[in-house]
Design a protein around this ligand. Structure first.
Ligand SMILES: Cc1cc2nc3c(=O)[nH]c(=O)nc-3n(C[C@H](O)[C@H](O)[C@H](O)COP(=O)(O)OP(=O)(O)OC[C@H]3O[C@@H](n4cnc5c(N)ncnc54)[C@H](O)[C@@H]3O)c2cc1C
Length: 463
């Protein structure tokens, strides 16, 4: 019988446990114990149901293009609960000199693929528009080293594009700044496009042409979520696992190699296993591995994380009528505000709010989150309301407000991240029976975390 410990009960650890449980049910000689420090399983997947609204404290959805989270839901038998974003109503605004300016049609991340909407948009100056035209002549060939997303985008489109689009779009995903994120880790497709085509614009147009030559299928929605919220996915995984294998309120202090296996120390208890899946944010993984491998621990500790705060606000029918159409807005840092983004949740997804309610999700991250971190919730709500009043003219009293703080939960893949992952992998291979999963490595989103958990479990079962 192979005994495996899983450390961390977020979606990465739960996915590893589910994969092991599948093995066990298929007759595999395997047993697992999952350790979770908090009273609750699911990690940052947390949903509250308030006044008929589905309020997401952590992630609100995942990108459809990455299949692993939706596949897990289907395997769990809750495929019918998956919902797609209302892409027909998709419209995102960028706060530009205090005004909300709609992102022009045809922009693929920051790459323009339609001349007219971008050419006429007040989002960019003439200087940037000329840069966009000139970018089409960018010669192929890659820079020989990794660089920041900001440096990469600036080389192609200039600094205004970094400020107005690349930085706000990425801070919504990583909670970090384009100047600190690695282009090779965060935008590998764009780095590859530069290598093969030179111009990102030309590469994007070529990709579109290729797609339109194939059989025409309706485009799937950009984002997927669950009718009753993201926590439903974690809860359903938990309901399929063996209850006695799940230890909540059990923080692991350390894991160490012993007699060809691993000893997991949690409080006064220690237990022996053949393998361990460490499914923790990288700094927490560094802590538990500090005695087993100081070198691996140092590398894991080098992956930076940022903190974030989400604020859910419910409003009445009048507010719903008064808000602009679309999914919400992003705020470039140069606007000098604390809020980084707000989503009009009632527009973005079905089943999120009754017809007579508006649901807003506001987002702070990085230094902006740190600057309000110590404030009591009502003060944070006060700041959000002040900013919403100035940006949207929204002065109504919310029907409810909730503040959710996430300390160091979002990984920042800094310049050189892929080299660090190679070093981490080499050090891990020196420790047989150890597998790593989670958002610190090859994808921060829920689908990548699910994939990482399943792969980690497979790795240990097969060795
Ligand atoms: C505010 C926010 C919004 C996000 N939005 C999106 C989104 O819209 N779409 C998307 O795809 N992704 C989003 N993400 C990213 C994604 O949700 C996370 O990367 C992913 O859920 C992380 O899962 P995890 O299991 O790896 O880590 P976590 O969920 O952080 O779970 C780790 C678990 O380990 C436990 N733990 C820590 N230390 C120990 C220890 N020593 N012993 C035992 N247990 C321990 C913790 O209590 C926690 O439960 C968002 C993240 C945040 C924070």
């Amino acid at each position: 019988m192979k005994r495996i410990a899983i450390i961390g009960g977020g979606i990465s650890g739960l996915s590893a446990a589910f994969a092991l449980d599948e093995q066990r049910r298929a007759g595999g000689d395997v047993e697992y114990v999952l350790y979770e420090s908090s009273p609750q399983l699911g990690g940052v997947l947390r949903t509250e149901h308030i006044d008929g609204c589905v309020v997401e404290a952590g992630p609100d959805s995942f990108i459809t293009e990455k299949p692993w989270a939706a596949d897990l839901c289907r395997t769990l038998g809750i495929g019918d609960q998956l919902i797609g974003s209302n892409d027909a109503d998709r419209k995102t605004y960028i706060l530009t000199r205090g005004r909300l300016v709609v992102m022009p049609d045809g922009l693929m991340f920051m790459v323009p693929t339609k001349i007219l909407p971008t050419g006429l948009s007040p989002l960019f100056s003439w200087k940037t528009k000329l840069r966009m035209a000139g970018e089409l002549f960018h010669p192929p060939g890659a820079v020989g080293h990794d660089e920041s997303v900001a440096a990469f985008v600036e080389r192609h489109y200039g600094a205004e594009m970094v400020d107005r689009l690349a930085d706000p779009l990425l801070s919504g995903v990583y909670g970090g700044e384009a100047a600190n994120l690695s282009v090779r880790a965060v935008l590998p497709r764009f780095a590859e496009m530069e290598r093969t085509h030179g111009s990102l614009g030309r590469a994007m147009l070529a990709a579109r042409k290729k797609m339109s030559a194939g059989p025409s299928r309706p485009a799937p929605p950009l984002f997927t979520s669950l009718k009753n919220g993201m926590q439903h996915m974690a809860e359903t995984v938990v309901s399929r696992l063996t209850g006695s294998s799940l230890l909540t309120n059990t923080p692991v202090q350390a894991i160490q190699r012993e007699a060809g296996g691993w000893v997991v120390s949690a409080g006064m208890q220690s237990d022996h296993f053949d393998g361990v899946v460490v499914a923790l944010p990288a700094p927490a993984a560094a802590q538990v591995l500090r005695m087993a491998s100081p070198e691996l621990s140092a590398e894991l500790g080098g992956v930076q994380y940022s903190s974030s705060i989400t604020v859910g606000l419910g409003y009445d029918r009048e507010v719903r009528r008064s808000l602009p159409p679309g999914f919400g807005f992003l705020v470039p840092r140069s606007e000098g505000r604390r809020l980084l983004a707000a989503t009009f949740v009632h527009n973005k997804f079905p089943h999120r709010a009754p017809e007579d309610r508006a649901l807003l999700r506001c987002f702070f991250a990085g230094v902006n989150a740190e600057s309000v971190w110590a404030f009591p919730d009502d003060q944070i709500v006060g700041i959000v309301r002040e900013e919403l009043q100035e940006i949207l003219g929204l002065s109504a009293e919310p029907l409810f407000a909730r503040v959710y703080k996430w300390k160091s939960a979002m990984a920042q893949y800094g310049v050189g991240h892929l080299d660090r992952l190679d070093r981490i992998e080499r050090l891990r291979q020196q420790l047989p029976g150890l597998a790593l999963a989670g958002n610190g490595y090859r994808g921060i989103g829920v689908p990548d975390c699910v994939r990482s958990g399943r792969e980690a479990a497979k790795q240990l079962v097969e060795t």
